[in-house]
Ligand binder design. Structure first.
Ligand SMILES: Cc1cc2nc3c(=O)[nH]c(=O)nc-3n(C[C@H](O)[C@H](O)[C@H](O)COP(=O)(O)OP(=O)(O)OC[C@H]3O[C@@H](n4cnc5c(N)ncnc54)[C@H](O)[C@@H]3O)c2cc1C
Length: 285
């Protein structure tokens, strides 16, 4: 399908990119184009100006330090999967990204594009929410940092202002001994998940779970932290009974609507199964 007409700019700095966005009310940044181009084709978006971010080299970096992992907004899925250091610096991130789409899409789709697109079934927003990440953004007047809990507002809706672009996703440090699991269910390999769960926890000196974090996708209009599931496991030995209790709590705390892909009741049951599988994987590690 032909795209609607639009002007095109390809700035060489973040300052120029945000100045262009600020000067055009309905301008849109372009990253990998894996969602924006279909949206243009289907007339879901009709910007007068498309601002291509591909020359912004500063946004293409993966940084690993004692402060955690920082992913530039233009880091692609394939960059994450090809970075050997990330497999130990943030194995949960890598486990989740393996489920994103297909090879061709992973070759172009980006961190910033995924966060800004805010699909409620996308994997990276789930990791960001589960890990209490921060999102760095730049606007014409200022830069700011948004806690991920305040970032996602609904399907395809975020806290970004029209002149702002995402510059970085910042994930807190990942202890080497941390237990984790990521599980999702999709009809076909590479499809968006019907539901998925990211879990991690640390073990205290007595072998009990602490710092339990559970993220969920596909069960609401945005990625969720499942606090009841976390509370069900915190302070417990991670055995079959504790995992079953956390899974039941996960199902009980979501209220997904029916849609063309699945009924709400199915998604509610499915998220319990995903949490159970992810916790079993974490416990078995
Ligand atoms: C067939 C298919 C299957 C897919 N399956 C999955 C899947 O299973 N899981 C998954 O997570 N994703 C999936 N995707 C989406 C894909 O992974 C991309 O992540 C997603 O399209 C957005 O990234 P992008 O770089 O292509 O962004 P673009 O398409 O370029 O942009 C998407 C939106 O983000 C905005 N934007 C882009 N970059 C920035 C920025 N730095 N700051 C502010 N706004 C910005 C754009 O203006 C646009 O509104 C799939 C896509 C397709 C086509």
């Amino acid at each position: 399908m032909k795209l609607p007409p639009f002007d095109y700019a390809c700035p060489e700095s973040v300052a120029d990119a945000v100045a262009l966005l600020a000067a055009h009310d309905d301008a849109k940044p372009l990253a990998g184009g894996q969602s924006l181009v279909p949206m243009l084709a289907f007339r879901v978006a009709s910007p007068s100006l498309v601002v291509d971010l591909r020359k912004l080299k500063d946004l293409q970096q993966i940084k690993i330090s004692a402060n955690g992992v920082t992913l530039g907004a233009m880091v692609r899925w394939c960059d994450i999967l090809e970075d050997a250091k990330l497999r130990t610096a943030h194995p949960l991130l890598v486990a989740a990204v393996k489920h994103v789409a297909h090879y061709q899409i992973r070759n172009r789709g980006t961190v910033g594009g995924s966060l800004a697109h805010a699909d409620p079934a996308a994997e990276l927003p789930c990791i960001a929410v589960a890990c209490e990440a921060e999102i760095a953004v730049a606007g014409k007047a200022a830069t700011r940092t948004i806690a991920v809990a305040d970032f996602f507002k609904g399907p395809l809706m975020t806290a970004l202002a029209g002149d702002e672009i995402i510059t970085e996703l910042r994930l807190p440090p990942w202890p080497a001994a941390r237990r984790f699991g990521f599980e999702e269910f999709a009809r076909r390999q590479g499809d968006f998940a019907i539901a998925g769960a990211a879990v991690y926890y640390d073990l205290d000196g007595g072998g009990k779970a602490r710092n339990v974090h559970v993220g969920a996708i596909g069960v609401a209009d945005r990625p969720l932290r499942l606090h009841a599931a976390e509370n069900a496991l915190n302070g417990k030995t991670v055995d079959e009974a504790a995992i079953a209790a956390a899974a039941a709590a996960a199902s009980a705390e979501v209220d997904p609507p029916d849609d063309i892909h699945a009924s709400g009741a199915y998604r509610r049951a499915l998220i319990g199964t995903m949490v159970e599988r992810a916790l079993n994987a974490a416990a078995a590690a």
